[in-house]
Design a binder for this molecule. Structure first.
Ligand code: SF4
Length: 243
């Protein structure tokens, strides 16, 4: 079942000319529930959920990282997705003791004090739960797009995730633009996070995400007090690329 580096490289070439639906069908046929979409319920994720539900509602596997600091609008769209597609969303919570120790030592708003503190919070609330979610999977699916950030420009549609036991990481809409995402949502009447209507192009935790102005970088509202080079939460860290 596992793919080696040469096979993944070959598939990456083939997938460049395939549609997101074709790639997702390949993944669901091959891995079934052993591959799951990591959803933060932003626009890209609801597109992928819609596609997966249309391919096979029973096998569509969606999980989310419930950091404990999400916006109400994000919980609302989770319920909208459950109602529309009948999909159960698996929520992975952070370890209670890790959160308690962090808050007792550094306070609720530690993320604003230093990049180190912010990364600690992301590590405990996002990275560790992701590791748990991926522990029994052969692969995961993301809504990463190349034009979202400088750090994402070389995203392949299929990669080996060296940070997670070499499982497959699938990015079926890596080559999509934001306009393509929104065309799909409107055309298919897909439920979406209402924060997008309030100027949030990117969805994250409530204390670390804000609306952006017209023309601003789409990720300018994430960890807006930091410089662009540090703006990742560690979920997509690749130890082979050191970023
Ligand atoms: S995005 Fe902010 S609140 Fe969420 S885990 Fe990271 S630092 Fe913590």
């Amino acid at each position: 079942m596992a793919l080696d580096a040469a096979q993944v490289q070959q598939l990456a070439k083939e997938f460049e000319s395939k549609s997101a639906q074709e790639i997702l069908k390949w993944a669901i046929d091959r891995y079934g529930k052993k591959i799951g979409l990591a959803s933060s319920f932003g626009a890209e994720d609801v597109v992928l959920i819609d596609m997966m539900a249309n391919i096979d509602k029973e096998k569509a596997h969606v999980f989310t990282l419930e950091t404990g600091r999400l916006n109400q609008e994000t919980y609302d769209v989770m319920d909208d997705v459950r109602a529309r597609y009948g999909i159960k969303v698996e929520a992975y919570f952070p370890d209670q003791k890790e959160v308690e120790d962090m808050i007792r030592g550094k306070g609720m708003n530690l993320m604003y004090e230093s990049v180190e503190n912010r990364k600690l919070c992301c590590e405990i609330r996002k990275v560790h739960p992701l590791n748990r979610a991926l522990a029994n999977l052969d692969g995961w699916i993301t809504g990463l797009r190349r034009d979202q950030a400088a750090t994402r420009g070389d995203t392949k549609k299929i990669e080996i995730d060296a940070g997670h036991r070499g499982i497959i990481k699938l990015n079926p809409i890596a080559d999509w633009t934001s306009d393509m995402v929104w065309d799909y949502i409107k055309k298919n009447n897909v439920p979406y996070n209402k924060l997008h209507d309030m100027g949030y192009p990117s969805i994250g935790c409530e204390p670390c995400t804000r609306a952006v102005q017209q023309g601003e970088d789409p990720r300018a509202g994430r960890w807006w007090w930091e410089n662009a080079a540090s703006k990742e939460c560690g979920l997509h860290f690749d130890p082979m690329k050191r970023k």
